[in-house]
Design a protein around this ligand. Sequence first.
Ligand SMILES: [Fe+2]
Length: 171
Amino acid sequence: MTIAWRDGMDIGDPVIDADHHHLVEMINQFEAAIGGRIDHKAVARVLLGLVSYTGEHFQREEDLQLQVRYPYYDSHRRSHRDVLKHLNDLLARYVRLQGAERDAMIRDMAGFLREWLVDHIISSDLRMKPYVQQFLADQAEAARRQRAARALAASIAAGRPADDWPDPSRH
Ligand SMILES: [Fe+2]
């Protein structure tokens, strides 16, 4: 079953949202590779890609959490480690198994990947959204204050009378 992206799954950070889109695509590719006769070359390629991309994505996500002062950083980071370990274990087991056992395992894995991803994004990452939004709002406010201060400084430097100085709250 293909996962379709819904706007409600966006957390508001363009980099992390693009990562999640890409992860969804990879899992859809994985499902396509096992749809009929299992294409093991494609499966292995997608799995390897998924393991390394997930590691990079988690790092980016943890960096963002630090930046926005996400209060659940520690537990989120721990769950990232668990997922990465599990993905690596799955990959190792997949390589060791053969024939029908390997086919059965790979079909089980599809369910795990889908559930994990949807759970990761919907229940876990969406909790970051208000913190990301607050961070973006704070940044916009800081930029506005800077612009106002610059405009005021420019007016003073230009020798404009105090009555003509720009109102800093209206920049
Ligand atoms: Fe994520």
